[in-house]
Design a protein around this ligand. Structure first.
Ligand code: NAX
Length: 330
C-alpha cells in the first residue's frame, strides 16, 4: 500500500466537514489504495467539538485512516499537506452586509494563503469551499506566491451536480446519463448554468440536451433560476445550508482533480486566463478536463448572445468582488 498523504480540512468542526471527513477517510476521494493522514483545522473555541469529531473518526474503524491531527494553528494544519479542503469561513450573521462578510472572510484566506505558502507541499491541490469561494481562492493564491496559481480552485461542483440532477429529472433519465453541463463564473446567484453543450444518452445513443428537451425557454429561464436559487431553497426547507451535497461535491471535485476525468467535462473555479472573453485574474468557473493532475479549460465552444450576456454579468461581479477584496487586504 502507498505511503499516507496528508490532507487538511478547515472548518473541521462544521457541518460540511462532518460529511466530508468520512468520504475522505473511507477512500472515496483519493482511491481505495491511498491511506490518508487527516489534519483538522478549526478555531480555538471549537476544539471541544472537534475532539468529538476525532472520537467519531476513530470509532469508524477505517483502514485507510493513518492518523488525525486536530489543531487551531494554521501552520501546523497545513504542514506538508498534498490536498487542502478550505471549508471553514465566517458565516453570515444577522444584519451583516455582503461586504462585511467578504471582508471578514478575505482576511481569513489571506492568513491561510500565507501559512500554505510557508509550510505546505508546493504541489498541494487546494479547493476553496468557504464563501465567497471564488474570491477567497484568488486571495489565498495571491498570498501564497510560491505555490503555482493553477493549484488554487473554487468549488462550483455542487452547482454542476444540481444542474445535472435537474436535467436528468426533466428528461426522465438517470443522472449519469447526462453529461457536460457547465457552470460559468461565480458561485453566487449570478452563476450561469449552461446546458447548451450538454448531452444525454437515451437507449444507448447520445443526443444534445437542447434537442432532446426541445424547450429553449425552460433552459434559459426555469433551469437557470432553479440552479441559481437551489442553495436558498435548501436553507428554506432545512433551516440550515446544504451540507451533505456540498461535501459530496467537494469529494467529486478533488477526486477528479487527483484521478482524472477522461473526456467528461467538469466545472471548476480556476484563475482565469481570459478564455471566452472573461476577465483575467479572477477565479472563474469554466468547463475543464483533467489528466495527470492538471486541469485544462475546454476550448472551442460557441458562445450564444444569451450566454455572452450571462458570462459577462457574472464576470463583472467577480471583478467587483476582487477589487473589494484587494481593498480589504491593503
Ligand atoms: P459551519 O458554520 O457549519 O462550519 C464552518 C466551520 O468553520 C465552523 O466550525 C467554524 O468554527 C469554522 N471556521 C471559522 N473560521 C475559521 C478559520 N479562520 N479557520 C478554520 N475554521 C474556521 O458551515 P458549513 O455549513 O460547514 O459551511 C462552510 C462554508 O461553506 C460556508 O462559508 C458556506 O457558505 C460554504 N458553502 C459553499 C458552497 C459551495 O458550493 N462553494 C456550498 C455549501 C456552503 O454554503
Amino acid at each position: 500500500m502507498a505511503e499516507p498523504i496528508k490532507v487538511v480540512v478547515t472548518g473541521a468542526a462544521g457541518q460540511i466537514a462532518y460529511s466530508l471527513l468520512y468520504q475522505i477517510a473511507s477512500g472515496a476521494v483519493f482511491g481505495p489504495e491511498q491511506p490518508v493522514f487527516l489534519h483538522l483545522l478549526d478555531i480555538a473555541p471549537m476544539m471541544g467539538v472537534l475532539e468529538g469529531v476525532v472520537m467519531e473518526l476513530a470509532d469508524c474503524a477505517l483502514p485507510l485512516l493513518a492518523g488525525v491531527l486536530p489543531t487551531a494553528n494554521p501552520e501546523e494544519a497545513f504542514k506538508d499537506v498534498a490536498a487542502a479542503f478550505l471549508v471553514g469561513a465566517m458565516p453570515r450573521k444577522e444584519g451583516m452586509e455582503r461586504k462585511d462578510l467578504l471582508s471578514a472572510n478575505v482576511r481569513i484566506f489571506k492568513e491561510q494563503g500565507q501559512a500554505l505558502d510557508k509550510v505546505a507541499r508546493k504541489d498541494v491541490k487546494i479547493l476553496v469551499v468557504g464563501n465567497p469561494a471564488n474570491t477567497n481562492a484568488l486571495i489565498c493564491s495571491k498570498y501564497a506566491p510560491s505555490i503555482p496559481k493553477e493549484n488554487f480552485t473554487a468549488m462550483t461542483r455542487l452547482d454542476q451536480n444540481r444542474a445535472q440532477a435537474q436535467l436528468a429529472a426533466k428528461l426522465g433519465v438517470k443522472v449519469q446519463d447526462v453529461k457536460n453541463v457547465i457552470i460559468w463564473g461565480n458561485h453566487s446567484s449570478t452563476q450561469f448554468p449552461d446546458a447548451s453543450n450538454a448531452v444525454v444518452t437515451v437507449n444507448g445513443a447520445q443526443k444534445p440536451v437542447p434537442a432532446a428537451l426541445n424547450d429553449e425557454e425552460f433552459l434559459k429561464s426555469t433551469f437557470v433560476t432553479t440552479v441559481q436559487k437551489r442553495g436558498a431553497a435548501v436553507i428554506a426547507a432545512r433551516k440550515m445550508s446544504s451540507a451533505l451535497s456540498a461535501a459530496k461535491a467537494a469529494s467529486d471535485h478533488m477526486r477528479d482533480w487527483f484521478l482524472g476525468t477522461g473526456d467528461r467535462w467538469v466545472s471548476m473555479g480556476v484563475v482565469s486566463d481570459g478564455s471566452y472573453g472573461t476577465p483575467r485574474d479572477v477565479v472563474f468557473s469554466f468547463p475543464v478536463t483533467v489528466s495527470n493532475g492538471k486541469w485544462k479549460i475546454v476550448e472551442g465552444l460557441t458562445i450564444s448572445d444569451f450566454a455572452r450576456k450571462m458570462i459577462d454579468a457574472t464576470g463583472k461581479e467577480l471583478d467587483e468582488e476582487k477589487n473589494d477584496a484587494l481593498e480589504v487586504c491593503k
